[in-house]
Design a protein. Structure first.
Length: 132
C-alpha cells in the first residue's frame, strides 16, 4: 500500500486595504442627497436610537431620549462600518435625555474633521479602524 502525503495548504496574506479620511462628513437624514455622491474617505454619521430612526426620524433638535452616533466610511462604492473607539477616547458620541443630539453631532463632527488625513485599515467583517 502506497503512502499518500496530505496536501498542506499555506495561508496567503490578504492585501492590506486602507482608506484615508477626507474630513468630509454627512449627517443621515440631513445630508442624504449629498451623501449619494460621497467619495472614498468621506464619513456618514447616523444616530443609534430607536426614536431618531423611526418615529422621530431626523429630529436632532429634540431632547428626551438617549443614544449615540455611529459612523460609516465610504470605500468608494458602499458605506463600511467605522470603529470609533480610538477616535472618541472619552465617548463623546453619546448623548443623554437632557442633551440635544445635534449638539453631540457638532462635537463629533469637529473631532472627526480633526482626524482628516489619518489612515484607516480594514479589520474583520469589512470594519475599519484607525491605523496604529
Amino acid at each position: 500500500m502506497a503512502k499518500h502525503n496530505k496536501l498542506r495548504y499555506q495561508v496567503k496574506d490578504k492585501p492590506r486595504v486602507t482608506i484615508k479620511l477626507t474630513g468630509i462628513i454627512f449627517l443621515q437624514y440631513v445630508d442624504d442627497e449629498a451623501a449619494e455622491t460621497a467619495k472614498k474617505g468621506d464619513l456618514l454619521v447616523y444616530p443609534y436610537n430607536e426614536a431618531l430612526n423611526t418615529t422621530r426620524q431626523g429630529e436632532y433638535h429634540s431632547t428626551g431620549f438617549t443614544g449615540y452616533f455611529k459612523a460609516d466610511v465610504s470605500d468608494g462604492k458602499i458605506w463600511q462600518p467605522l470603529l470609533l473607539g480610538q477616535i472618541f477616547k472619552n465617548n463623546e458620541q453619546y448623548f443623554s435625555k437632557t442633551e440635544r443630539p445635534i449638539d453631540t453631532y457638532h462635537l463629533c463632527a469637529e473631532i472627526l474633521r480633526d482626524n482628516a488625513g489619518i489612515t484607516l485599515i480594514r479589520t474583520y467583517r469589512e470594519h475599519y479602524e484607525p491605523e496604529n
